[in-house]
Design a protein around this ligand. Structure first.
Ligand SMILES: *Cc1c(COP(=O)(O)O)cnc(C)c1O
Length: 375
């Protein structure tokens, strides 16, 4: 059978190495996985209890409309229930947006160092990705996005703006984003997708709070995979103008969001104390990790997310392998154009300390020096 060249040439998304995989490969059982921007916290006990009670209903199909979750979400994030669609992770929603709004040969626009899922989903749908170059400090360059929109012979159908971005941890500040949205937010020939997977971790005062309802063509993607600790159950949401929701509702699989994910999401979204606990922990550990890196003169991109992109100043392979041998899983991001970097997820305090100690040792700091990293 003939397979199209786009599919044959597709480089599948390479997720972070799982702990099990590392165990099989390196024969140790005490791995610290800081490779996939997961939360170091499991769900609150009350949510776990609820989910385990619902386990007795798995012979029944889930609610295809996510009725209860929509109510909770709309209230929590301030949008209408008619402006919502959920997916099996936000990754599915990215896929659906491209399938719904692009035809083979169309284009989407994002940054060269932006989250990889946009490009992969596009290619799978025979859609090209215009990659706007990042700024020298690793940020999306919306002025260049504008240039691309003005100059491309064929207008992109979707513009993906991950804010903060993965894997850089950088963000587009309010002035730049609002200037962009004022210019392009009234168009009806393309959609602007703000992907805010990490927005709960932002502390920068100039981070933009966008109300998508002020624009004709702006959508917001959220995920419960990061701060809310639901990566394993899969739940993402798209807040968008009704016409977008209607189209995605037509093409999505009717049972794309499983029952346990719906129940867990509805419950965890109402637990403000849990959100505060996770946020506070991640933000204070991020500050601690960054200040240790600064003190030890290891370069990194200042992050507004739950990970830090560390600049090794040399090709990543050896350091990555040495880290694995010492029981630490970090994430190579060479496929994003960062071949001298590793991305470290912020974990528990002990995990971060161990990871940094191993990294500093590998990078040639002596034991004495790295004793500066204390518990
Ligand atoms: C992790 C991540 C997502 C979320 O993916 P899910 O499919 O919801 O787990 C979306 N966008 C970005 C930029 C991410 O880093």
């Amino acid at each position: 059978m003939k397979v199209s060249s786009e599919i044959l040439n597709l480089k599948a998304y390479k997720p972070g190495m799982t702990t099990e995989e590392a165990q099989r490969k390196y024969g140790r059982t005490d791995f610290i996985k800081l490779a996939s921007n997961e939360s170091p916290f499991s769900l609150p006990d009350s949510v776990k209890k609820l989910v385990s009670e619902e386990l007795s209903k798995t012979q029944i199909y889930p609610d295809p409309t996510c009725f209860e979750l929509k109510k909770v979400w709309a209230q929590r994030f301030g949008c209408e229930e008619t402006q919502l669609v959920f997916g099996n992770g936000s990754n599915e929603l990215i896929d659906l947006l491209i399938r719904a709004f692009c035809e083979p040969g169309d284009q989407v626009l994002t940054g060269s160092g932006a989250f990889m899922a946009y490009k992969i989903c596009a290619q799978a749908a025979r859609v090209k990705t215009i990659e706007s170059p990042m700024t020298s400090d690793g940020r999306l360059n919306l002025q260049d996005f504008s240039k691309q929109l003005e100059s491309s012979w064929q207008c992109p159908k979707l513009v993906f703006i991950p804010n903060p971005n993965n894997p850089t941890g950088t963000y587009v500040p309010g002035t730049e984003l609002f200037e962009f949205l004022d210019k392009w937010g009234g168009r009806d020939d393309f959609l602007i997708v703000l992907d805010e997977a990490y927005n709960e971790f932002v502390t920068a005062p100039d981070f933009p709070k966008v109300d998508f309802k002020n624009y004709k063509n702006v959508c917001r993607l959220r995920t419960l995979s990061k701060v809310y600790g639901l990566a394993g159950l899969r739940l993402g949401g798209l807040e968008a103008p009704e016409f977008v929701i209607e189209v995605l509702d037509k093409i999505r699989n009717p049972f794309n969001v499983n029952h346990l994910a719906q129940v867990a999401a509805g419950a965890v979204l109402q637990d403000k104390a849990y959100l505060e606990k996770v946020k506070t922990h991640i933000c204070s550990e991020r500050t601690r990790v960054e200040s240790i890196l600064t003190e030890k003169e290891v370069s990194y991109l200042p992050s507004q997310a739950n990970f830090v992109l560390i600049d090794l100043k040399k090709e990543y392979t050896e350091v990555h392998e040495a880290l694995l041998k010492s029981g630490i899983i970090m994430r190579p991001v060479a496929n994003y154009g960062y071949a001298q970097h590793l991305r470290m997820t912020i974990g528990t305090k002990n995990q971060n300390t161990e990871a940094l100690n191993s990294l500093l040792n590998i990078l040639g700091h002596t034991k004495e020096e790295s004793q500066g990293v204390s518990q």
